[in-house]
Design a binder for this molecule. Structure first.
Ligand code: IPE
Ligand code: IPE
Ligand code: MG
Length: 236
């Protein structure tokens, strides 16, 4: 039985690329390439189904701890991918936005990110939020700094700081996340959208991200539709 409409905002922690590749006797970076292909299919599927907001965790602030080779392969993959694979954006009038710190992303990555945002900023379709060099705690620290500056400059009265004002000063001002999907069987949040997931439903499929196809996504959405959300109230 379906209780719910589709989630308004879905957030995906795309995990398990490395293990997917290692199990096939390939280098971890091969898994990232496959993951990128999967992401493209999922985007098309999500926007065809009418999802309004899709956030994905592409690279965390902590992922810089990985080998130089893995980090640089990922950065090159972002450049190639954003330049070549985003044709679906036009068809669905998708607005692409990024969340995360710019520093220390390479100039080339930043310039393709900027170009995509610029080219899609007027689009009135779904919003695709790519979290790249993103950390939830870093976002809260950056938001705090920005709001503090506004208070010190006399632009915001300190008593005006509330949950909504905080949301407006995160990297992107998006509605709360309804549904978090983390692939690969790991049961943790790993610093993803800490503020936005306050009342989200969670789903942890065992498959590695490259195998999380349209069928898996459809199952995930069905599971969401069975959940009973209460937001601290009583059961409907
Ligand atoms: C997720 O897959 C992609 C990124 C973090 C960039 P992983 O690379 O974390 O794959 P596993 O978890 O090591 O298998
Ligand atoms: C989270 O996955 C980050 C992304 C999917 C981009 P990780 O693989 O980095 O998380 P941990 O280290 O297992 O917690
Ligand atoms: Mg991982």
């Amino acid at each position: 039985m379906e209780n719910q409409a589709l989630p308004n905002h879905v957030a995906i922690i795309m995990d398990g690329n490395g293990r997917w590749a290692l199990e096939r006797g390939k280098p971890r970076t091969f898994g990232h390439r496959e993951g990128a292909k999967t992401l493209k299919k999922l985007c098309r599927y999500a926007f065809d189904r009418g999802l309004k907001y899709l956030s994905v965790f592409a690279f965390s602030t902590e992922n810089f701890k990985r080998s130089e080779e893995e980090v640089s392969t990922l950065m090159n993959l972002f450049i190639e991918y954003f330049q070549k694979e985003f044709d679906f954006v036009k068809k669905d009038h998708v607005k692409v936005v990024f969340s995360g710190r710019r520093n220390p992303l390479p100039e080339k990555v930043l310039s393709v990110m900027d170009r995509m945002m610029e080219e899609t900023k007027g689009n009135d379709g779904p919003v695709f939020n790519i979290c790249l060099n993103y950390g939830g705690q870093a976002e809260i620290a950056d938001m705090t700094k920005n709001i503090s500056k506004l208070v010190l400059d006399g632009k915001i009265d300190i008593d005006k700081i509330d949950e909504t004002l905080i949301q407006h000063h995160l990297y992107q001002d998006l509605p709360p996340v309804d549904f978090v999907i983390r692939t690969s069987g790991e049961l943790r949040i790993s610093n993803f959208m800490l503020y936005q997931v306050a009342y989200a439903e969670f789903y942890f499929p065992k498959v590695y991200f490259p195998d999380f196809d349209e069928e898996q996504f459809a199952l995930a959405l069905l599971e969401y539709q069975k959940r009973n959300r209460r937001f601290g109230g009583v059961k409907a």
